[in-house]
Design a protein around this ligand. Structure first.
Ligand SMILES: Cc1ncc(COP(=O)(O)O)c(C=O)c1O
Length: 390
């Protein structure tokens, strides 16, 4: 697996690009301004040549954007409703309680945290900051390409090492590839689209060795799906003063993909530098912030989502394995596996059956990435899959 992965490529292969559908950035507001550039890093080539709403509205099962199928917690809903009463105010002091909660859990100081409307904004800011003036961004591929793609637009070059044979970031190879022109090492853990993880101890050792020489960016969008034993707790490295940047999102286990909330943890000077390029905290709505604060404390809801995700993921993995497919063991809310049809044909037929998934070729091998929905949705996915593959 060495070919690169971009959201556009997924969409193109999945037959969605022509429909003008982006995964997390397409909004009715954008649709109302068909020629407006899509802000916050969404590629302009998502042309509005078709009606994406129509295509999406035909889906019975939406398994293409790694969203939380269970929605948001009741506690978050209640907090959001309450926050509408202060919707006339800019969020300000209201960041305090959430930053305090995050800092206590992660072992950093509130000054090490920058909130943002989703982690995409943090990725965009890092891309611009690190790519300025050229240089190299080092990573492994396939991975989540938003930050990487943007760095090339801002003038940097990407040096991408293939994943290991078991689809993980290759830390020794990354270490060996560090040269004086490398400005940032970008690691996605758990990795999207493979769903694989690194050992916490190995990742910590890597960061301790590399971060004093080159900043390490850890994209941890799916970390909340991990059990305590698999979960790296690298806030302590930030607390020690190391130059690592951890990006987190509420889009996954908290179900806030449409509400938009994320944050970065890093040295205060780094956060200040990143903040130059995005609205960040100024762009977080008070309703989302208050909802996120409630959700963060709702451990029972997070446990419930994690357990339901694991059940539906196990069911899907077993069902695909029983059908003779080799599934990459996933630690996340999505599953990647090689298919035996061309990506476009597969994707189109799945869509025709009302099931939205994503597809991609790696080294000429077509793959399906399916998000983990509810058990009922995964049953529908397996039924549709059987129909399509015959
Ligand atoms: C690895 C990874 N990082 C970052 C993001 C961005 O998420 P958001 O902007 O919704 O926080 C995603 C979204 O799917 C992702 O998969």
């Amino acid at each position: 697996m060495s070919s690169q992965l971009t959201r556009r490529d997924w969409l193109r292969a999945s037959g969605l690009l022509t429909a003008g559908l982006g995964l997390s950035r397409f909004t009715p507001a954008n649709a109302a301004r068909p020629n407006a550039p899509l802000v916050s890093g969404f590629a302009n080539e998502f042309a509005f040549t078709d009606d994406p709403f129509e295509k999406m509205s035909k889906l019975k099962v939406r398994l293409l954007a790694n969203e939380n199928p269970l929605g948001i917690s009741q506690s978050a809903k209640d907090a959001i409703m309450k926050a509408t009463e202060i919707g006339n105010r800019y969020a300000w002091a209201e960041f305090g309680p959430l930053k305090k909660l995050i800092s206590e859990k992660e072992g950093v100081m509130p000054k090490n945290i920058l909130m943002s409307p989703g982690s995409s904004d943090i990725l965009l800011a890092a891309a611009e900051y690190f790519a300025k003036g050229g240089g190299t961004i080092l990573t492994c591929r396939p991975t989540y390409d938003d930050l990487l793609e943007k760095t090339t637009k801002f003038g940097a070059t990407i040096k991408a090492i293939p994943l290991t044979k078991d689809f993980k970031f290759d830390l020794p190879a990354l270490k060996a590839a560090i040269t004086p022109d490398v400005k940032l090492v970008y690691i996605v853990n758990p990795n999207n689209p493979t769903g694989t993880i690194l050992s916490p101890a190995e990742l910590e050792a890597f960061c301790r060795e590399i971060a004093p020489k080159v900043p390490v960016f850890l994209d941890e969008a799916y970390i909340d799906f991990l059990s305590p034993a698999d979960r790296p707790m690298l806030g302590k490295l930030v607390a020690e003063g190391l130059n690592i940047i951890q990006a987190r999102t509420f889009s996954k286990i908290h179900g806030f993909a449409g509400l938009r909330l994320g944050y970065a943890m890093a040295q205060p000077d780094m956060l200040k530098a990143l903040h130059q390029y995005i609205g960040a905290e100024g762009d977080v709505s008070i309703t989302t912030l208050m909802g996120g604060t409630a959700s963060y404390q709702d451990i029972a809801w997070q446990d419930h989502c994690r357990q339901e995700n694991a059940k539906a993921r196990d069911y899907t993995t077993k069902a695909l394995t029983n059908l003779g497919y080799e599934v990459i063991p996933s630690y996340t809310n999505f599953i990647l596996f090689p298919i035996r049809m061309k990506t476009t044909a597969f994707s189109n037929q799945m869509f025709a059956n009302g099931i939205g998934i994503q597809t991609r070729d790696f080294n000429g091998q077509p793959y399906c990435r399916v998000s983990v929905g509810t058990m009922d949705e995964m049953t529908q996915f397996i039924d549709g899959f059987k129909k399509v593959v015959g």
